[in-house]
Design a protein around this ligand. Sequence first.
Ligand code: SAM
Length: 358
Amino acid sequence: MGLGSSAVLGVVNIHPNSTAMAFSVLVIINKKRYAELSMSAESNSLASTSSLTADRFGREIRGLRISVTQRCDLACPHCHREGQAPSSREMSPEEIERLVGVGASLGIRKVKITGGEPLLRDDIVEIVARISPIVSEVSLTTNGSRLSGLAPDLKTAGLKRVNVSLHTLDPKRYMRLCGSDDISEVLAGIRSAISSGMNPVKVNMAVFRGENESEIKPMIKFCGDVGAILQLIEFEADRESSNGSDFTARYFPLKGIEEELARDSVGISVNELHRRKRYILPNGGTPVTVEVVRPMHNTEFCSSCTRIRMSSDGLLKPCLLDRSGEVDVLSPLRNGSSDTELSRLFLKAIGNRRPYWR
Ligand code: SAM
């Protein structure tokens, strides 16, 4: 739903008792629902107001990216760890289901499961099965090491699509980038996800200067051959780290690559999340889609960010790169908070959102 079919209900100022801090979010609802609510005496209650919630910058919150564990079976030196501080607390499947339900009551329709490595959780199929009836799309990002055996069950549980991280097709380079030389399992995982009917299957390739930029073309061909979308990801870090020599030595800006893709493409579309562009390349008769994720210093990327995050220890995170404004929802849930109280905490975290690059 775009703003054209929506009405801004108003700015809701909420003063949580616990902090006495004021914040505001915009609650945006479609016109039909607005008419229904106008006739309802309860139109100001949190539970009944929203089919979409927007932050102070007018960004509607449509997605929730949930980390379900910090455990991982790889050791990638570049990993941003989803912007999370170390913690051993993990949410149970029931807790994840409850929090997704609260998010859905505020208009969240898409959930992306991440980690750590989410497939290390023995209950990952149960997690997907619990949340897939609540939202319109559940997807997952994985390093693929355990995907081949799990893909059919995940699909049956309701997983619509999957991103598989694979930055190189060369085992030696994979060892340098990820601390393992076993790409055969990852390749099997990609094929298994496709044959299980997940669609699309995306290959996440983070690009690093002097390491794997020469593999962009072979990776496009590989994705065309297997029937996957290639997602090229720019190496990202917060302002402070991105000024350090570790980052600058490896940072490979994707702007030039994007210009090349635009020249060679036979079609371009735009993903509403972050306004990432998707280029369709002819690829010798087997067209392949390449999506570019280019966050660094990209104000358009941040101004079109429509998702909020949740860490594996149950903190709502307004932004990957900014630790400020996090809101603990798991402790209140464990201490008996009602859904209405949890909704208020979601609204508080949404109210804390601000574009990182602006
Ligand atoms: N283990 C899972 C995986 O490999 O997909 C999920 C977690 S991982 C943090 C999610 C995605 O973020 C992966 O595609 C990974 O390559 C990407 N990523 C991690 N750190 C990054 C960074 N500093 N810059 C860009 N992408 C990064």
